[in-house]
Design a binder for this molecule. Structure first.
Ligand code: PLP
Length: 422
């Protein structure tokens, strides 16, 4: 499928009069339409709720948009909990799915009334010691081990993943928690990441639904919700077929009616914790070509670098690039598109066929709305960019300012030194 930016060259020219490149830009309209489609896909399930994985795009303006669309938040750290609270999320609108959890984070999550999802059976003791009790609503994370396959294709390797409890442990955990006063139980699992197939959720759902029936029958614990977590991916590459969330919702419904309803569990609420699917396509990184270099390869140097978007450097991830204004020109130049870090993996694209790029051209790097800005860092003393929101009425709002050197130096007590320097 042809990948088109949600922003035009004219808009970028106008934006850069106020905000210099590089910046992350988000598309409010796209975010809202996609969220509505997700809710439509699961409208058959009475208690359905999406808990947006805050780590994907931890920005209060984005969280508020999602809140208006009915979403809660999925947090895994103190500051994510704090941000959720500041955005008005409360009680069971917050899921706390963490691992290796510091006890004070359990305490804060419980103070907010969040649903706590335990990653391990040993966390029961930690939670009880921290709170002095076990909450009435509690969730446990499951890991079936082995490999996770869909029609003989290995999707991921849960047996190698640090998360979740074994089948024996989750059953034991339910017994212990029930004995300590828990009343509403949840089951959670995240077994494959960035899947681009409509079969992931239905396949995962079958595993979890069958487990839920077993657990309820064996332990008498009332399963109130099943959390399918994240993992529904996006088509980063133009040759990939994007997921069809309506087909995914329908696929899950079939399994629900096949497994849960006959077991008398037709009242179980379904939750999701999507991050990438909710935001990735609705964000892009806008950068400018500032250098060209002709050595053993052809390089285009841009004003963004891996600190703004780490996925290509970290995973060799593909991010599509559009050279703005040259959409109709032939892709007859082979480039490495690179940033300025003193790290040779700081490449947004390697051997990518693109139109001839001139200095000053704007490049849109696609699908950076999730796990883009949020994975940013400060290596080489580079500063994080601004985040901008393209609103439904076409106007642009800065939703996070760019860092300045002062931010970079803020964690030193440098006052004397600066005074001397000035
Ligand atoms: C990262 C994460 C998610 C979101 O994953 P996506 O691939 O962005 O959908 C959801 N739940 C948990 C527990 C996670 O760690």
């Amino acid at each position: 499928m042809e990948k088109k930016p949600f922003v035009t060259l004219e808009q970028i020219r106008e934006i850069t009069e106020t905000y210099p490149t590089p910046f992350h830009l988000y598309d409010e309209k796209g975010i809202r339409e996609n969220a509505r489609k997700l809710y439509q896909a699961f409208s058959w399930n009475k208690g359905f709720k999406e808990y947006f994985a805050v780590k994907a795009t931890p920005n209060p303006f984005i969280l508020k948009i999602l809140k208006e669309e009915g979403c809660g938040t999925d947090c895994s750290s103190m500051t994510e909990l704090m941000m959720s609270k500041a955005c008005g999320f409360a009680g069971e609108e917050i899921m706390f799915s963490s691992n290796e959890t510091p006890p004070e984070e359990f305490a804060y999550a419980d103070k907010l009334g969040a649903i706590i999802n335990l990653d391990d059976i040993t966390h029961i003791e930690c939670l009880e010691e921290t709170l002095g009790y076990i909450p009435e609503t509690i969730s446990c994370r499951y890991n079936p081990g082995g490999t996770f396959s869909i029609s003989n294709n290995i999707m991921d390797n849960p047996g190698e993943a640090k998360y979740g409890m074994t089948t024996e442990q989750i059953e034991e955990a339910f017994r212990i928690l029930k004995g300590k006063g828990a009343k509403n139980f949840g089951i959670h699992a995240f077994l494959a990441s960035n899947t681009v197939t409509n079969e992931y959720y239905p396949t995962l759902a079958r595993t979890l639904f069958e487990l839920a029936v077993q657990l309820q029958q064996k332990t008498g614990a009332k399963v109130s919700f099943i959390n399918l977590s994240g993992g529904v991916g996006v088509a980063y590459r133009p040759d990939q077929e994007p997921n069809d969330i309506l087909a995914i919702g329908e696929g899950v419904r079939k399994v629900y009616e096949e497994v849960l309803v006959p077991a008398g569990m037709g009242d179980v609420a379904l939750y999701t914790e999507l991050g990438r699917f909710m935001l990735a396509p609705y964000g892009c990184l806008v950068t400018k070509a500032i250098h060209e270099k002709h050595t053993y390869k052809e390089y285009i140097g841009v004003d963004a670098c891996a600190v703004n978007l780490m996925r290509p450097a970290m995973y060799g991830a593909y991010h599509h690039i559009t050279v703005m204004g040259k959409e109709d020109q032939p892709l007859d130049h082979k480039y490495d598109v690179v940033g300025s870090l003193c790290e040779n993996n700081d490449k947004f694209a390697v051997d990518r066929m693109l139109p001839a790029i001139d200095k000053g051209d704007y490049l849109v790097i696609h699908d950076t709305g999730a796990h883009g800005f949020s994975m940013g860092y400060n290596y080489n003393g580079k500063l994080r960019s601004a985040e901008l929101l393209l609103k439904e009425d076409g106007s642009v709002e800065m939703i996070r300012r760019a860092e300045t050197p002062k931010d970079y130096f803020a964690t030193f007590d440098f006052t004397d030194l600066f005074d001397e320097m000035n």
